[in-house]
Design a protein around this ligand. Structure first.
Ligand SMILES: Nc1ncnc2c1ncn2[C@@H]1O[C@H](COP(=O)(O)OP(=O)(O)O)[C@@H](O)[C@H]1O
Ligand SMILES: Nc1ccn([C@@H]2O[C@H](COP(=O)(O)OP(=O)(O)O)[C@@H](O)[C@H]2O)c(=O)n1
Length: 229
């Protein structure tokens, strides 16, 4: 798994909402000096764009009609990246519960998935650091099934809800939990991110603190480095 200046090492990370994919992957990338790609941000930004265009996110044809005008940009610097749609910085807006509540409708459309997967692969190929940690729902299985290190990051539903609730000040814990369960249920119909595919290593963070989870992920990457040289 040596650094090839043309092909960065890819670490693929999948898992359900609130399992720690984004925060843990970002820290792992930071420690390795690698890039980081949050793929969920693109689905969220497309949901934001569709709403900004006045489109009904429940209507697949209308969502598809927004793809041409979806001018999406995201950085891969784990120490600070912004998400833009056109000239608008949507980094914060896409985390709002209003977007979380409709993003699965956008993500279930096959044309949306193939469009965004192409975009992710282009971002991965353009990475100039030694590697890139890519996280989402279908990275280990669809986006980068050949990645040398593939990880399913899980945690119990209770712990995931508590983590997400702690972030969303001013929103009730029960509403947050309900939304998280509904989104996982909707997303699970499109891709399986609850069960590890063959060759994918599960890291269960239920009883691990943040640093222990980072260490567990780094251990999987080191093992993969030993295996692949
Ligand atoms: N192992 C852990 N222990 C405690 N808190 C964690 C752990 N992993 C992640 N977190 C926290 O949980 C919250 C949700 O994590 P996040 O990375 O957004 O999850 P995801 O991207 O899977 O939805 C964040 O506030 C993060 O700091
Ligand atoms: N690779 C991916 C990443 C996200 N998604 C969709 O995008 C949504 C938001 O993803 P996210 O990673 O930001 O969600 P959290 O787990 O961080 O809450 C998910 O609920 C899925 O509907 C997807 O379908 N495939």
């Amino acid at each position: 798994m040596q650094h090839d200046p043309v092909h960065p090492v890819v670490v693929a990370v999948d898992g359900p909402a609130g399992s720690g994919k984004s925060s843990v992957s970002k820290e792992v990338a930071r420690r390795l000096g690698w890039g980081f790609l949050d793929t969920g941000a693109a689905y969220r930004a497309l949901a934001w764009h569709a709403e900004a265009c006045g489109v009904d996110t429940a209507d697949a044809a209308s969502v598809i009609s927004c793809l041409d005008s979806f001018d999406y940009r995201i950085g891969t610097d784990p120490t600070g990246y912004a998400v833009h749609v056109g000239s608008t910085d949507v980094t914060r807006a896409i985390r709002e519960p209003g977007i979380s509540g409709v993003v699965s409708q956008v993500a279930r459309v096959p044309e949306v998935r193939s469009h965004l997967i192409e975009l992710f692969r282009a971002i991965m190929a353009a990475e100039r650091r030694g590697g890139i940690v890519v996280e989402g729902r279908d990275i280990t299985t669809v986006v980068a099934p050949d990645a040398p290190a593939r990880i399913l990051l899980t945690a119990s539903e209770e712990v995931r809800t508590a983590r997400r609730s702690a972030e969303l000040v001013g929103h009730s814990a029960s509403a947050t939990g309900q939304q998280l369960r509904a989104r996982d249920a909707a997303d699970s119909k499109v891709v399986d991110f609850m069960n590890a595919a063959e060759g994918v290593v599960t890291v269960d963070s239920t009883d691990l603190d943040f640093d222990e989870t980072v260490e567990a992920m780094l251990a999987v990457i080191r093992d993969a480095q030993v295996r692949t040289g």
